[in-house]
Ligand binder design. Structure first.
Ligand SMILES: NC(=O)c1ccc[n+]([C@@H]2O[C@H](COP(=O)([O-])OP(=O)(O)OC[C@H]3O[C@@H](n4cnc5c(N)ncnc54)[C@H](OP(=O)(O)O)[C@@H]3O)[C@@H](O)[C@H]2O)c1
Length: 290
């Protein structure tokens, strides 16, 4: 039976703990708000009285709190740092590559190992075979913990020794999602403005999702190779569509902030002569915008 500690019992930390319990591990837990531990204790988890004792209970410690600043405030303390030696800390809170590098530096000073992870799923997906978590850090440490981590996600993606890789990739996904959140809300608003049902919108997106995935792969290659010519749909064509969004918003009297945000950047790309290139040529504008 593996001994593992989970620090942080928000929706994600709770889901991680449940999956680890379900797969037969000895799970010690700690959370600032103790009441959140009750359900897990009923399922067999052991609630530690302090962060230091939670860490002392296991060789592998998973931390999943709101952010790295909070993780550091819990771990980088006089009580906790003497207990770290010989243990592995696995960070599953969301952060930046620089925060991952900072964490690795201070944790290694205390002779502990560190893996940085980024969960690509919602809590209800934890423990499923297709669920993805990205990891970066020492390959030995990853391999030592791989079987344990398979209990929380079937698809573990090891991204290499460079500790910032997992959070960089995860933030790229958040950036992609940001577009979909605003895009979906604005699209739903269009449908509402025409008195149409919104629930079918999600079904339509699901139906075309494989095409969207293929398009993302294509644009990734285009950017990687810096070859933007011969598009199937040019930047000019895409800009024309976005301008129709603004026109519809004005005609229907709905908010146009989302398309209006994009138009100046696309027009800058057009002014730079990228009109007949792939729409991802806007990255050339973003690259020069430091
Ligand atoms: N939920 C998701 O779908 C999802 C998906 C991928 C990644 N993640 C990442 O997983 C991490 C945890 O997310 P979550 O959804 O479980 O909820 P969350 O609201 O981001 O984090 C809640 C956890 O942080 C703790 N916390 C917050 N402020 C604290 C403080 N000042 N001192 C001590 N503990 C503090 C909470 O303790 P209390 O219970 O005491 O407030 C709780 O354990 C985040 O970094 C999130 O980005 C979440």
């Amino acid at each position: 039976m593996n001994k593992v500690t989970v620090i942080g019992l928000g929706p994600m930390g709770t889901a991680l703990s449940k999956a680890l319990l379900k797969s037969g591990n000895h799970v010690t837990i700690w959370n600032r708000t103790k009441e959140k531990a009750e359900v897990l204790v009923q399922e067999g988890a052991v609630l530690a009285s302090s962060v230091a004792s939670a860490i002392g209970a296991s060789t592998t410690i998973i931390i999943c709190v709101a952010n790295y600043e909070i993780a550091d405030s819990l771990l980088n303390t006089e009580d906790v740092t003497p207990v770290l030696a010989g243990r592995t800390l696995i960070q599953l809170s969301t952060g930046t590559p620089q925060e991952a590098r900072n964490s690795e530096n201070w944790i290694r000073n205390y002779k502990a190992e560190y893996l940085d992870g980024a969960i690509q799923a919602w809590p209800s997906h934890i423990g499923l075979p297709d669920t993805t978590i990205l990891f970066s850090g020492s390959s030995n440490v990853f391999q030592q913990n791989e079987q344990l981590l398979k209990n929380i996600a079937g698809n573990l993606v090891y991204m290499g020794e460079s500790i910032g890789s997992a959070s960089a990739q995860a933030l790229a996904v958040v950036s992609y999602l940001l577009g979909t959140w605003f895009g979906f809300a604005h699209g739903a608003h269009i449908l509402e403005s025409e008195g149409l049902p919104v629930d079918s919108f999600g079904h339509l997106i699901e139906a075309i999702a494989p095409l969207l995935g293929a398009e993302a792969k294509h644009q990734g290659k285009v950017i990687e190779n810096n070859k933007f010519e011969n598009p199937e749909s040019s930047l000019q064509t895409s800009l024309d569509s976005v301008e129709r969004l603004v026109q519809q918003a004005h005609e229907a009297g709905i908010n146009a902030d989302y398309p209006l945000f994009a138009i100046p950047i696309m027009k800058q790309a057009l002014a730079n002569g990228f009109g007949n290139e792939e729409v991802s040529s806007i990255i050339k504008i973003l690259r020069n915008n430091n």
